[in-house]
Write a protein that binds this ligand. Sequence first.
Ligand code: SAM
Length: 259
Amino acid sequence: MKTIVTTAYRPNGKTDRMAAQAAEDLSIPFVLRKKRSIEKIHAEECADVLVAAKERLEFYPLGKTEPFFFHPNSAAFRTKRPIEEDPLVAVSKLEAGDVFFDCTLGMASDAIVAAYRVGSEGKVIGCESHPVLAYVIEQGLGRYEEMPHLHEAMKRIEVASKNSVELLKSLPDDSVDVVYMDPMFTEEITEASNFTPLRGTADEGQLSGEWVKEAVRAARKSVVLKAHFRSADFEKYGFARRVRPNTKFHYGLIDCRTP
Ligand SMILES: C[S@@+](CC[C@H](N)C(=O)[O-])C[C@H]1O[C@@H](n2cnc3c(N)ncnc32)[C@H](O)[C@@H]1O
């Protein structure tokens, strides 16, 4: 799908500069806003619309009126609790100084929790195959000014605008500690609204044998899958399921240190 970038409804110098920068960075056309609604721009340009709004980038896929934008979401409250008890940290056995490879960056909530856990000695690589989502998140991670306790962690995340299977293939054996996968659920979870604007836009590709094989090869410690509790992928690809009572998703673990 074609994407164009425009400014806020009432542009100023800052939104003009942000829009021009995004057009250059993503090699997409800049289109004047001319006080048009998003629906009107969608209709006239037949394209997804990236908006350089006052404080952030907002992405409106064609036909959607709710924007996608960066926000720490669940990372905001997860990092206020004892971090070693966070379900992802506990399942993956992620420690300070580790390298965490997030195959499915999305809104980066899990990557922020991981970056908070690994600390300044560690590293987080977040892979996102949709180039506009990757850009919105990368810019947001660098610019977000609220929640000072997360600033360092957010800036620690290296965003890779790539397909993670291809990037994993380029990694040497045992080169990261934890590989994490959280593909789009095939069953919609009604109460999870963060991704609502991205249904039909984000990469909805599902796990494959090749993806898991490359993850196991690259990971020293563990490969972790998050999936809907009804997903058969845990058993299909050899993940030990960690049941989380009363939640719609489970984690699965492949322990790479087990001989
Ligand atoms: C369910 S979301 C991940 C949510 C994320 N864990 C978070 O904390 O916000 C899945 C994201 O992964 C991306 N994605 C799916 N398959 C991918 C792949 N093979 N490589 C890179 N990104 C992928 C999708 O575009 C989508 O943005």
